[in-house]
Design a protein around this ligand. Structure first.
Ligand code: NAP
Length: 485
């Protein structure tokens, strides 16, 4: 069993460079989803606390935004080194509060840290433009300036990387930040803040508010006039609400929202590679990622060969608490998540789906669900329209390439899609026809700091990662310099 990750476990929030309690003195418990063991308590902050955090971020903005890019980059580099050095402790905290297998948490630390490193490098490349003038006496220039105070709200399913993916480019661009992590996973966020402080981040540049009242605190973050940008990762429903609230003061906004990823297997696919990709994409974090395959769409000519191999691979997955050696599928995050998966399972079965494997609560009890494959799935079933967010793979078949593409696009979401095929003309046709922000071709894993992550349709606005990442945290300013002769 892993050691207790006590040194980085903070039970206070972080505002203006101070570790602090809620003004009200209230706290709330954080529990391990695998066994409900208490991990610790953190401040239950409210509107007054988050307002103080916003004011601190506003006060820190002039110095941070005008610091040399190289100096900001150096602090981020030190933060990256500290996160990497404390990778194991961070991973253990993460597994304890969100339940994901330790191997996945270790992978997430690496992935999350890579955004800090990338942002540090990009800090020095926020270049402006000089535009060929339209009048001899003028020069036309464009500056890129940090947008101001950024309000960041993040989910529990990637407690570390969803923070670094937005906070590090914001800091690199010269913005100051108020972060509200998920109620279920504040300890990873607080550990990150401690490491940022140790790396030399000045007081007020990053502020962290923990709360059970997301509605009220998020309400302040998305309406306060001193906040100039809202960046959110989470459900589409909350994203829409924040977008509406932010409209009142016309804030810049980035939204990384829910998905309904299709995973298409065409007749010409490499079956073994497709099975491996489907397992990686569907069952990571027990199916609780925004880019998890939500629907497996298999062309009729290959279905008989693919489905039994896929089912056998699902049966081999080890279900266990995340800290147990070899765990591949951990518990669901909470009872609400379990209830949703069970509802979608029952709905599918009631509409005629067959259970190829799994289909019920796991013998371990609690929040563990058997990795499941459903066959005979149709569009009448809710699991083809809603984000399942659990270890259930519904398999649908289709006849033609056009039918497969139409099925894949038949959703309000547009985050990630995957397909397996070998014909190069088909690869181009399908890649271009899928209405998604990201498409994995012959792979089930697509995330990297160097590529733009984000969705279209109701999956969001804006991109994280890539050379475009810092643009989301800057505004263009046009200077027209007249009287030059
Ligand atoms: P969620 O319920 O939308 O919560 C996300 C964050 O928003 C949490 O910090 C939550 O706080 C906060 N929140 C909840 N209600 C709010 C409100 N009224 N105002 C302001 N903030 C509010 O989503 P989740 O269940 O944690 O995460 C799963 C969802 O995130 C899925 O839909 C998944 O697809 C999506 N996701 C998307 C991406 C992406 O990159 N596109 C990545 C990861 C996850 P509390 O924790 O206190 O409720």
């Amino acid at each position: 069993m892993a050691s207790t990750p006590a040194p980085l476990l903070h039970e206070q929030a972080y505002i203006d460079g101070q570790w602090t309690s809620a003004a009200s003195g209230r706290t709330f418990p954080v529990k391990d989803p695998a066994n409900d063991a208490l991990i610790g308590r953190v401040p239950d902050m409210d509107a007054a606390d988050v307002t103080r955090a916003i004011e601190a971020a506003h006060a820190a903005f002039p110095a941070w935004s005008t610091a040399l890019a190289a100096d900001r980059a150096a602090i981020l580099k030190r933060w990256h080194a500290a996160v990497t050095a404390h990778g194991r402790e961070l991973a253990e905290i993460m597994t304890r509060e969100c339940g994901k297998p330790l191997a996945e948490s270790i992978g997430e630390v690496r992935y999350g840290a890579s955004f800090i490193d990338w942002s540090a490098e990009q800090a020095r490349r926020v270049n402006g433009e000089i535009i060929p003038t339209d009048q001899r006496s003028r020069r036309l220039l464009v500056l890129r300036q940090p947008v101001g105070v950024v309000a960041a709200i993040t989910p529990w399913n990637f407690p570390l990387s969803m923070i670094t993916r937005k906070v590090s480019p914001a800091l690199a661009a010269g913005c100051t930040v108020v972060l509200k992590p998920a109620e279920l996973t504040p300890f990873t966020a607080l550990a990150l803040a401690q490491l940022a402080e140790e790396a030399g981040l000045p007081a007020g540049v990053l502020n962290l508010v923990t709360t059970t009242d997301a509605k009220r605190v998020g309400g302040v973050m998305s309406t306060h006039p001193l906040v100039r940008k809202v960046t959110f990762t989470g459900s589409t429903a909350v994203g829409k609400l924040l977008m509406a609230q932010a409209a009142g003061t016309v804030k810049k906004i980035s939204l990384e929202l829910g998905g309904n990823a299709p995973f298409l297997v065409f007749d010409d696919a490499d079956i073994d590679a497709a099975v491996e990709g489907a397992i990686a994409s569907k069952f990571r974090n027990s199916g609780q990622t925004c880019v998890c395959a939500n629907r497996v769409l298999v062309q009729e000519g290959i279905a008989e060969a693919f489905i039994p191999r896929f089912t056998a691979a699902v049966e081999r997955l080890k279900v266990a608490p995340g800290l147990e050696e070899g765990a591949q599928v951990g518990p669901m995050i909470d009872d609400k998540g379990v209830a949703k998966v069970m509802r979608l399972l029952q709905d599918a079965i009631a509409h005629g789906a067959q259970v190829a494997t799994g289909g019920k609560a796991h013998a371990l009890g609690g929040r563990f669900i058997e990795p499941t494959v459903l066959t005979g799935v149709t569009q009448a079933m809710a699991c083809t329209r809603e984000e399942i967010f659990g270890p259930v793979a519904p398999v649908q078949t289709f006849r033609t390439e056009a039918e497969g593409i139409a099925l894949a696009n038949d959703t309000v979401f547009g985050l990630a899609a995957y397909f397996y095929a070998r014909d190069s003309a088909r690869i181009w046709r399908v890649g271009e026809a899928l209405e998604y922000g990201m498409v994995g071709i012959n792979t089930g894993l697509i995330s990297t700091a160097v590529a733009p992550f984000g969705g279209v349709k109701e999956s969001g606005i804006g991109r994280e990662g890539s050379t475009h990442a810092l643009e989301e945290f800057t505004e263009m300013k046009y200077l027209s310099l007249a009287g030059l002769g």
